[in-house]
Design a protein around this ligand. Structure first.
Ligand code: CTP
Ligand code: MN
Ligand code: MN
Length: 491
């Protein structure tokens, strides 16, 4: 969470209340999270205690604790000041408006035993629990992951299930990882997981083991598993998927060098390129390299299409500093339907002549204007696109040499280019900015709105119309969702 960033200004809906959240025993992260949440819901929340404050919210503090704290503050608190347990705020957040303060919320000062309103463990469970949606598109997920120990473990397990073609378990662990990535505080005990969506029992078992032992025996077993290790290695080659990995594994192969030198195996053009540029392609693309590729792409596209709008999408648009490739969306307000398919071939031809083209696969468009959006959450789109490997010379990269120390003056970089009609650019941009977030947007559209969304369009099944959009914000608005910025889509 960007606790250091200034919060955007929110409209104050409830002007009679002025809240102050006590940091003591709550911690800065959780306090910042609660403040942000309350402000987003229209509450006025002060950063500092002042005499205008009407409600003090505390957690794990008794009335006496708060009173003691108040006495050392140089503020004359109003006699009407309410001192409340965090459970009151929780209920307000759930209701979306202030709820009445009753005895069970009020922190009272009780002479010797200052236990306050004997906190019900359920109530003091982290607030995120009650506000976190099962859909990633209703969560803000930045790259600041507080639960990496758990999410890394889940991702290993998910990948192993993927290798074993167990789609259900794969999804279970991917969704769980996605939920924990959005959590604004680290999970320290099982209590912190209460009420969180998408945490099945087998997920909770893994969390519990990691909390208790610092590691999961299941993850350890997977990491040592021969099949997992082989699949991981084989699929790291560009052009090698599950089918090929399965075949090689069954044939008894365990190393890439044995596979490369085998005379009987046939490789696709993609796999040949994958082996040829293996070292470059497995070493991730840095942001500096991505920026250099962006310049290269813009030079080439603008040479043929000066008004082209070129946007870097994928992980880099979500703020990541490394990626496995660089993705670009290209569109133009003026281009005709006849010209559009000719740009990418011209660009490829230019790079070929310059000796920069190491591999390419051009996929022609199968886009039809009236076709309904696909029901499948991970269906491929129908735009013209090109999967490339480009030669990026080190001198084009801002921070000089980009990792390679073998005397080679360039690095092979995977690049994806997508060409889309101008009126579809918002849908294409949303789709190609990607992550689990985007799949959940489609799921949300289908199940919660009776709409169909994909990389091309949004269709309202009730009204039987296509909903147009000029920007991503408009698509969120059509879906009745709060807008989530690209860097908050790292689900
Ligand atoms: N995508 C798509 N159709 C494809 C390939 C990709 O719609 N044929 C979308 C995916 O939804 C994906 C996004 O484009 O989320 C970017 O894809 P990819 O480069 O594979 O993932 P990144 O999120 O960019 O991750 P990385 O940083 O590793 O490249
Ligand atoms: Mn990418
Ligand atoms: Mn890509």
């Amino acid at each position: 969470m960007g606790t250091s960033m200034a919060s955007p200004p929110y409209d104050i809906k409830f002007r009679d209340l002025v809240l102050f959240i006590l940091e003591k025993k709550m911690g800065t992260t959780r306090r910042a999270f609660l403040m942000e949440l309350a402000r987003r819901k229209g509450f006025r929340v002060e950063n500092e205690l002042s005499d205008s404050v009407t409600h003090i919210v505390a957690e794990n503090n008794s009335g006496s604790d708060v009173l003691e704290w108040l006495q050392v503050q140089k503020v004359s608190a109003s006699p009407q000041l309410e001192v409340l347990d965090v459970s009151w705020l929780t209920e307000c957040m759930r209701a979306g408006e202030p709820v009445e303060t009753t005895g069970k919320h009020q922190l009272v000062v009780r002479g010797d035993d200052s236990a306050g309103p004997s906190p019900d463990p359920q109530k003091t469970a982290p607030l995120a629990v009650e506000t976190m949606s099962q859909y990633a598109c209703q969560r803000r997920t930045t790259l600041n992951n507080h639960n990496r120990v758990f999410t890394d473990a889940f991702e290993v397990l998910a990948e192993n299930y993927e290798f074993r073609e167990n789609e259900g378990s794969y999804l279970t662990f991917m969704r769980a990882a996605s939920v924990l990535k959005a959590l604004p505080f680290p999970i320290l005990s099982m209590k912190d997981t209460e009420g969180l969506p998408c945490l099945r029992d087998k997920v909770k078992c893994v969390i519990e083991e990691i909390i208790e032992d610092g590691e999961s025996s299941e993850v350890k077993a997977v990491l040592n598993d021969e099949r997992y290790q082989s699949f991981k290695l084989f699929t790291s080659v560009f052009g090698v998927g599950l089918k090929t990995s399965e075949k090689w594994f069954r044939m008894g192969f365990r190393t890439l060098s044995k596979i490369k030198s085998d005379q009987t195996l046939k490789f696709t053009r993609m796999q040949k390129a994958g082996f040829l540029y293996y070292e470059d392609l497995v070493s991730c693309v840095t942001r500096a390299e991505a920026e250099a590729v962006s310049v290269l792409v813009k030079e080439a596209i603008w040479a043929f299409l000066p008004d082209a709008v070129i946007t870097m999408t994928g992980g880099f648009r979500r703020g990541k500093n490394i990626g496995h490739d660089v993705d670009f969306l290209i569109t133009s307000p003026e281009i005709t339907e006849e010209e559009e398919p000719q740009i990418l071939p011209k660009v490829i031809n230019l790079w070929e002549r310059k000796g920069l083209l190491l591999y390419y696969d051009l996929v022609e468009s199968t886009f039809e204007k009236l076709k309904l959006p696909s029901r499948k959450v991970d269906a491929l789109d129908h735009f013209q696109k090109c999967f490339l490997i480009l030669k990026l010379h080190h001198q084009r990269v801002d921070c000089g040499k980009s990792g390679q120390q073998d005397g080679k003056s360039w690095k092979a970089i995977r690049v994806d280019l997508v060409m889309c009609p101008y009126e579809r650019r918002a849908f294409a941009l949303l789709g190609w900015t990607g992550s689990r977030f985007e799949r959940d947007l489609r799921r949300f559209a289908t199940h919660e709105r009776k709409m169909m969304l994909d990389n091309h369009a949004l269709y309202d099944k009730t009204k039987r119309i296509f909903l147009k959009a000029e920007s991503e914000e408009e698509i969120f608005a059509h879906l009745g969702l709060e807008y989530i910025d690209p860097w908050e889509r790292n689900a």
